[in-house]
Design a binder for this molecule. Structure first.
Ligand SMILES: [Ca+2]
Length: 234
């Protein structure tokens, strides 16, 4: 094929974003610094375990056990709501399309997990959306890698703005929770935050990170294509 038709063909391909849809990963919460990295509330009993994460010896992870009968540890929910936490931001601009996390369930109760995303900094302000497809991690499960899609069309609005994209553009907090009966309920009769089940269960977590698809630019694709072409014809 002559050079000009090749360039025309490549310029045509550049108009299809799928060409560049190569996912990358965000920075990871791996707990290797020995802290909870902002997961959980101060009143919850979150334990940092120094050995036995997915990579084995020396792989630090978190364990949270809900008790199912009352107090701050009654519910199976792990909030990320510290002021200025690392997961605040504009997920649309950052190209976040999902999250990946390693989970183990050494407890006696199946975990039915949803990831919920909020745009407010307090319990009752802002909007909340939720993933719609629960991920079940059965009782007794060892480490398993799970994913949540957070593309706007795959999210359910729990409260507030009817357009999930607006919540994704202004994220202030997350809540990872187990809800065996379907989409999470909200506290305060519907005006509060997504709640996990009141249940005796155990969640172990490591390597929480976002799946990122950088926004493609036609210029970058054309430049990349021409570099490839130059290598082929030289
Ligand atoms: Ca780790």
């Amino acid at each position: 094929m002559n050079l000009l038709p090749r360039i025309v063909l490549l310029l045509g391909l550049a108009s299809f974003p799928v060409v560049s849809e190569a996912a990358v990963m965000s920075p990871v919460d791996d707990f290797q610094d020995g802290t909870t990295q902002n997961w959980g509330s101060a009143s919850q009993s979150i334990v940092v375990i120094s050995d036995g994460g997915p990579a084995g010896a020396g792989d630090i992870f978190l364990r949270y056990a809900s008790n199912g009968f009352g107090g701050p540890n009654s519910r199976m929910v792990l909030p990320m709501n510290a002021a200025g936490n690392q997961w605040q931001g504009d997920y649309l601009a950052d190209g976040y399309v999902g999250f990946s996390v390693d989970i183990a369930n050494p407890g006696a109760t199946d975990l039915v997990l949803y990831l919920t995303i909020g745009s407010g900094t307090d319990v009752s302000d802002g909007s909340w959306v939720s993933t719609t497809t629960p991920v079940t991690v059965p009782s007794g499960s060892g480490w398993t890698s799970i994913d949540f899609s957070i593309r706007p069309e795959e999210l359910a609005v729990l409260r507030g703005d009817a357009n999930p994209a607006n919540t994704l553009a202004n994220v202030k907090q997350l809540r990872l929770l187990s809800s065996a009966g379907g989409l999470p309920m909200l506290s305060f009769g519907g005006s509060g935050s997504p709640q996990g089940d009141v249940v005796a269960a155990t969640l172990e977590i490591d390597n929480f990170r976002a799946v990122v698809i950088p926004e493609p630019t036609a210029a970058a694709l054309v430049i990349g294509s021409l570099i490839f072409l130059r290598r082929r014809v030289c």
